[in-house]
Design a protein around this ligand. Structure first.
Ligand code: EPU
Length: 306
């Protein structure tokens, strides 16, 4: 570990009252893919002021940090992550507060739980969140979507923190939102969001969630994965393209193109990040060679090779 990292670790250890901090934390259990090496330092801040301390300390010491929610759209390389991984967890970051048609959620709140709360309160517009495996923070960063909906369709405001620990509230128009991207969150941290729905009928909401869940179960794999690997090229479905080229079932080591959906790579149990990266490259090459289309990854790939 470098001297800068040691300084950050020592200072955080003495400053933290409730948050957790660990050295050399294996990242595989923190991702849905279940692969990847260790993070030098892994911290779970308990409050926004602890989070601000971490980012300021990192900035002062020239140490990189990376935020991980549920790790459901993430491929961590086998050599792990140099620097600090921050996992916002605990009561404050996971809060979900319903007030009228609005739901205020901390960045660590799970989308599934938010959808469940909306159902309980007969609020419609949140149904599509039901089967997305991530947290609010990750969903905002990626402008996550499914079943024709995207998170920013229902965002009223978000609160963000910069790398000096300063907090501000912004509207979606200021967030530079695109398909599967939110540019302002490339270098700011999402702290919370206020989402808005409409008063609805509880049975109808439940029915819609059920339909989405059925559709997902029929079209997507149950194995460990990070969801869709590639962005859909304009007007096309990456999964359908891969399917049409007969590439489903292609295997490299423990990584396999799902037989259910061509845009999913699954970990059959023994995959390494290298296997997955090799399979991604293979698919990109084949699609380029056979269709002339350059696929772009949708999942975030971080860390170092061995
Ligand atoms: N299709 C095939 N073969 C396949 C996969 C799909 O023929 O192997 C066909 C389907 O039958 C359908 C069309 O392609 O006619 C589109 O498929 P699907 O409805 O599964 O949607 P998608 O465009 O492949 C997008 C999102 C998913 C989201 C689904 C459902 C992206 C990259 N993917 O997939 O999001 O769950 O819609 O709404 O935008 C994710 O972001 O990680 C993700 C899984």
């Amino acid at each position: 570990m470098t001297a800068d990292l040691e300084t950050v670790f020592d200072r955080l250890k003495s400053a933290f009252s409730q948050g957790k901090i660990r050295l050399n934390e294996p990242m595989a259990p923190h991702t849905t893919f279940g692969v990847g090496g260790c993070a030098d330092i892994f911290v779970e801040p308990y409050s926004e002021s602890e989070l601000a301390d971490i980012v300021r300390l990192c900035a002062q010491n020239g140490v990189r940090y990376f935020i991980v929610g549920r790790g459901s759209n993430l491929l961590v390389k086998d050599g792990g992550i140099r620097g600090v991984v921050i996992h916002p967890a605990g009561e404050w970051f996971e809060r979900i507060i319903v007030e009228g048609c609005e739901i205020e959620c901390g960045s660590g709140a799970r989308l599934k739980t938010v959808a469940g709360e909306a159902l309980k309160n007969s609020l419609s517009g949140f149904e599509f969140l039901e089967g997305i495996p991530g947290t609010i923070g990750g969903a905002l960063r990626m402008n996550a979507g499914a079943m024709g909906g995207e998170i920013f369709d229902i965002v009223k405001t978000i609160r963000i923190m910069n790398n000096q620990g300063e907090i501000r509230e912004i509207k979606p128009e200021e967030a530079a939102v695109e398909y599967r991207d939110c540019k302002i969150l490339r270098d700011n941290i999402a702290l919370s969001a206020v989402l808005t729905g409409k008063p609805g009928n509880r049975e109808e909401i439940a029915k819609k969630m059920d339909e989405f869940s059925k559709k997902r179960r029929l079209s997507q794999p149950q194995w460990r994965s990070a969801g869709c690997v590639f962005k859909n090229p304009p007007g096309l479905s990456a999964g359908k393209l891969i399917d049409e080229l007969g590439l489903k079932g292609t295997k490299i080591g423990g990584a396999m193109v799902s037989n259910e959906h061509g845009n999913f790579i699954v970990n059959t149990g023994s995959a390494t990040a290298r296997d997955i990266l090799n399979l991604i490259q293979f698919l990109k090459n084949e699609v380029k060679k056979q269709r002339g289309i350059e696929l772009q990854t949708e999942i975030e790939i971080i860390g170092e090779d061995f």
